[in-house]
Design a protein around this ligand. Structure first.
Ligand code: AMP
Length: 214
């Protein structure tokens, strides 16, 4: 089963994707994570995308489609969760072609609906474990008092360079201008289901499970 998690930055796509990986043995394909890895490892591509990402602009379609193509051709598992991809209509068309070419289908597109004020609050309070990627929030899910990640025990927490208010405003604008048309695109294809992304993490997990087991 291959699915897309669609929603603005801070909607909880990464958190929900990690849960699906754990529970259903699915493979998370996050273009944001792939781009951050190439930035951190100092590759040529990483150098090209670093400024673009820091501003909160979108990286070119060509680059992200290339990253996804490699993964779709290489990995296999209980299905792919596309997290943060596609973000433009051209990416959505390319994904459809890639899945067709490898004899796969897109089974669901889950739109995670959230309130814009909640996004700003969530993102500016966000940190993650540098080792396992567990997501924390200063207000709702603070880092453990002993300074160790509750999942893996590491004590190296990170905040993303683009999780500041200025970049976030730009990321939101990019979302509304370039990504939100995908809601209509997938609705018209009959693939779209909306889930309320504002509740407790477990409530959102249940809602997504309901869509997948439908
Ligand atoms: P994310 O981790 O999904 O919030 O992505 C972080 C940043 O990586 C975005 O603000 C973009 O600069 C870039 N990025 C991630 N995925 C894509 C994509 N599918 N298309 C273009 N840029 C992307």
């Amino acid at each position: 089963m291959n699915i897309i998690l669609l929603g603005p930055p801070g909607a909880g796509k990464g958190t929900q994707a990690r849960h699906l990986v754990e529970m259903r043995n699915m493979v998370q394909l996050s273009t944001g994570d792939m781009l951050r890895e190439s930035k951190d490892s100092g590759t040529e591509m990483g150098k090209i995308v670093a400024d673009v990402m820091a501003r909160g602009d979108l990286v070119t379609d060509e680059i992200v489609i290339g990253l996804i193509r490699e993964k779709i051709e290489a990995e296999n598992g209980g299905g792919f969760i596309f997290d943060g991809f596609p973000r433009t209509l051209a990416q959505a068309d390319a994904l459809g072609d890639l899945l067709d070419a490898t004899g796969q289908t897109l089974d669901a597109v889950i739109e995670m609906e959230v309130d814009d004020d909640a996004l700003v609050a969530r993102i500016t309070a966000r940190s993650t474990c540098g080792n396992c990627g567990e997501v924390y929030n200063d207000q709702f899910k603070p880092q453990p008092a002993d300074g160790k990640c509750s999942v893996c025990g590491a004590s190296d927490f990170k905040r993303r360079a683009d999780d500041n208010e200025e970049s976030l405003r730009n990321r939101l604008m990019e979302y509304y201008k370039k990504t939100s048309p995908l809601i209509g695109y997938y609705y018209a294809k009959g693939d779209l289901t909306k889930v309320n992304g504002l509740g407790e993490i477990t409530g959102v997990q249940t809602a997504i499970a309901g869509v997948l087991d439908h």
